[in-house]
Design a protein around this ligand. Structure first.
Ligand code: C2E
Ligand code: MG
Ligand code: MG
Ligand code: MG
Length: 291
């Protein structure tokens, strides 16, 4: 690790690989501690229907603020958790938390389906279907209020087993969607065979719209294929009106992206979705002398 650096003497040169390893071990340790200490949170990003401007659902996205490091992106720690297998424990927590949140909203008169990201490893657990059924039963949430976002990676393993599992989830009444569609390896045959209800066009194909010719081609192809197969299609990462307008004319009517809303804390989400109800609540509290 010690490297000569000319006449100036010696300086430490720690190979990149070792830095990564130490960093990753530390992050893995902290991640386990964070789950044990209840430091993870879920934020919810509205999914919006064009025309009505209605919020038709919410994607649950994990958030982790570490006292020392600050906010750590799931894009950084989820892949690591996938490698170590810890993503299964995180995923169980996310599932229970999101289902409990939707049940809580429902008990307050807000009917908001939630979409939960499921990593391939989590999906491949023998007890996954049971875990989902248990979470729904414990919170008394109707299965129709839960959507599971799978990635094309779940299809890479045992496809027959994956099919059985999806059929069992479908029979429960849960909605299945394919996240980051177009970035993986799924074939059209899978879409026909599997009980998938919805495709999420990956942000990477939305980004270049409407100027980039290949993004235009890919987005059009996904929307048309989705339609032909009777699937719902939602675009993720929509940031500009030009992107939204292009997608709308292409036939995509559901959107998720910063143009509409960022992922929000549950209380922010609720306020965003029904500001009028809050005003009424406040007024009623006022009349009752509670304010
Ligand atoms: P994803 O499931 O594709 O989630 C969408 C990501 O895009 C989220 O990033 C969201 O904040 C971001 N996003 C939404 N709209 C826009 C936009 O208009 N512009 C841009 N630039 N980004 C937008 P986030 O929350 O950082 O999550 C990153 C990824 O981490 C997720 O991608 C998902 O693969 C994974 N992830 C997040 N939460 C969970 C979880 O609870 N479980 C699992 N297994 N994976 C998760
Ligand atoms: Mg997702
Ligand atoms: Mg996605
Ligand atoms: Mg993505």
């Amino acid at each position: 690790w010690v490297k000569e650096s000319g006449r100036a003497g010696f300086r430490f040169h720690v190979p990149r690989k070792e830095v990564d390893l130490l960093y990753r071990m530390r992050l893995d340790h902290d991640m386990r501690q964070a789950l044990a200490q209840g430091r993870f949170r879920l934020h919810y990003q509205p999914q919006v229907e064009l025309g009505s401007d209605r919020v038709i659902g919410a994607e649950a996205l994990i958030r982790w603020r570490d006292p020392q490091r600050g906010e750590i992106s799931p894009a950084e720690f989820i892949p690591l958790a996938e490698e170590s297998g810890f993503v299964v424990a995180i995923g169980d927590w996310v599932l229970r938390e999101a289902v409990a949140q939707a049940a809580h909203w429902l008990s307050r008169g807000l009917r908001m389906p939630v979409a939960v990201n499921v990593s391939a490893l989590q999906f491949q657990q023998a007890h996954f279907v049971q875990t989902v059924a248990d979470a729904l039963r414990e919170s008394m949430l109707p299965a129709s209020m839960l959507e599971l976002e799978l990635t094309e990676g779940v299809l890479l393993g045992d496809a027959d087993e994956a099919l059985k599992r999806m059929q069992a989830l479908d029979a429960l009444g849960v909605t299945l969607s394919i996240d980051d569609f177009g970035t993986g390896y799924s074939s059209l045959a899978y879409l026909k065979r599997f009980p998938i209800r919805r495709l999420k066009i990956d942000r990477s194909f939305v980004q270049g719209l409407p100027g980039d010719a290949s993004d235009v081609g890919i987005a059009n192809a996904i929307v048309q294929m989705g339609r032909a197969l009777g699937l719902q299609v939602i675009a993720e990462g929509v940031e500009t009106e030009a992107q939204r307008d292009f997608l709308a004319q292409a036939g995509c009517h559901e959107f998720q992206g910063f143009l509409f809303a960022r992922p929000l804390r549950p209380d922010e989400f609720e306020q965003r979705v029904r500001p009028r109800r809050h005003v009424v609540d406040a007024a009623v509290s006022g009349w009752l002398g509670l304010a």
